[in-house]
Design a protein around this ligand. Structure first.
Ligand code: SAH
Ligand code: SF4
Ligand code: F3S
Length: 436
């Protein structure tokens, strides 16, 4: 097949979806599709969706509604839904929105090209199975195209934790780790394509357990030996899977960046128990102490849910107290959203207005800490990985070790280089520096 078709992919949700979207686009590329950045001229539209909160899932249907006219004008247009809404809702999606030609769950992406070829003109395709094989093994690889300096690499998928609020164990299935030797090969391949920073991804990335007994710490230590790979990160971790070796790695592996996303969700032991988190606030704080002993400058990041069923004002104040103690460099916070099929969904809910009030108070504190962390960088000289051109001519945007965006004056040809930049100004979401 030689005629070029255009594929528009829109990605919602977490970084694992970003990684999956790249793989799906590559696989469709082998079938003659090139990517386009607008749905208007696409021959196929693929939404890679997120089911984590109600709002995220509903966005998909409003987006699909916008394609009605496109499909009327171009009956050959194929519309697909992938990702966690696909897994959670299956055929229901086609019932609710008949424009949809195919629905493919996160573990079935290797079947996408075949499904896309069959779908359309009233022929529907659906696959939401959890097959035994590694979906990435069966996705065709594209040619060795040049890549941006920072890349994601999925090492583990799924979750066995079953937090009472969360859909991930249902949409992504049980924890599965990819074989270490494949990951090493993929990391080397990325470096050959110009990648200098790799972020290892997993819903529970620190529970990684390679079939050969490799832990995440071992994987990081081995990847650090790859010449040309300068920075390693990983996300997202569960507090109960931070083992001693992984903590030690933060002090020993120079290429491992001093930034850790370690969600706690709440500072109240009563709420943590109701959430089925299987750790206490104290356990989390002591863990942090050990991590900071290994790497004193580590920037902490976290996730919070406010208004979980049963959370009262005292519980919420425990969350504020925990934040005051940790001083997160960066954090995400959400109002609890009931998800069908999860244990907490049927419990008595906290009032919407109370949730909104708590979220505002929590975010005020988190913002203040983030602001202070950013401001503490002024005057320091940081290594900055130059990633892409900035808004103004002659400007580049890069990343500090602490995952901050840094604007510097630099030559666009220097993309992928790590420069030393003296920080001269801080904003909430970025820094400005001068290359020294
Ligand atoms: N695997 C990761 C993150 C999963 S989802 C972890 O365990 O930390 C990302 C974040 O979304 C969660 O950390 C949680 O804070 C939030 N989240 C998940 N389910 C939610 C729900 N039902 N309502 C509100 N926030 C939710
Ligand atoms: Fe969801 Fe909890 Fe698993 Fe994270 S650890 S993905 S919050 S069930
Ligand atoms: Fe969303 Fe699925 Fe990721 S629910 S957060 S896209 S694992």
């Amino acid at each position: 097949m030689s005629d070029v078709k255009k594929l528009f992919v829109k990605t919602y949700g977490c970084q694992m979806n970003v990684y999956d979207s790249e793989r799906m686009a590559e696989a469709m590329g082998a079938d003659g599709y090139v990517e386009t950045d607008t749905p208007d001229d696409a021959d196929m539209i693929l939404l890679n969706t997120c089911h984590i909160r109600e709002k995220a899932a509903e966005k998909v249907y409003s987006e699909l509604g916008r394609y009605r006219k496109l499909k009327a004008d171009k009956p050959d247009l194929k519309i697909g839904v992938a990702g966690c809404v696909a897994q959670a809702e299956g055929e229901e999606i086609m019932r609710r929105q008949p424009l949809v030609d195919l629905v493919v769950g996160p573990q079935s992406y290797h079947r996408l090209p075949e499904m896309a070829a069959k779908a359309g003109h009233g022929v529907k395709q659906i696959d939401t199975e959890f097959p035994e094989e590694d979906k990435f093994d069966h996705l065709p690889r594209g040619p060795k195209a040049r890549r941006a300096p920072a890349a994601f690499l999925t090492v583990q998928e799924g979750c066995d934790k079953f937090c009472a609020f969360c859909v991930v164990p249902y949409t992504r299935g049980a924890e599965v780790s990819r074989p270490a030797e494949r990951l090493m090969a993929e990391a080397r391949d990325l470096v050959e394509r110009g990648v200098v920073e790799v972020t290892l991804l997993g819903q529970n990335v620190n529970a990684y357990m390679g079939p050969e007994g490799w832990t995440l710490a071992k994987l990081i230590r081995e990847m650090a030996k790859i010449d040309g790979l300068e920075r390693i990160r990983f996300t997202t971790s569960h507090p109960n899977d931070m083992d001693d070796d992984l903590i030690a790695a933060h002090g020993e592996v120079e290429k491992l960046m001093p930034y850790l996303h370690l969600p706690v969700q709440s500072g109240s032991d009563k709420v943590l128990k109701a959430m089925n988190r299987k750790h206490t606030a104290e356990h989390y704080l002591r863990l942090l102490e050990r991590i900071r002993e290994a790497r004193p400058d580590i920037a902490m990041s976290g996730d919070f849910i406010v208004g979980f069923p049963g959370e009262d004002e005292t519980d919420f104040e425990d969350t504020l107290a925990l934040c005051r103690e940790v001083k997160y460099a960066q954090a995400y916070s959400f109002k609890y959203s009931a998800r069908p099929g999860t244990p907490a969904a049927d419990r008595a809910h906290v009032d919407e207005s109370v949730k909104a009030d708590r979220l505002a108070r929590l975010q005020e504190m988190l913002n203040q800490h983030q602001y202070e962390f950013q401001a503490s960088m002024v005057g320091k000289t940081l290594p900055v990985l130059l990633e892409k051109p900035g808004r103004e001519a002659g400007q580049m945007v890069g990343k500090s070790p602490y995952l901050q965006a840094v604007h510097v004056d630099a030559d666009p040809a220097d993309v992928g280089k790590i420069v030393q930049a003296k920080i001269v100004k801080s904003q909430k979401n970025s820094l400005s520096g001068v290359v020294v």
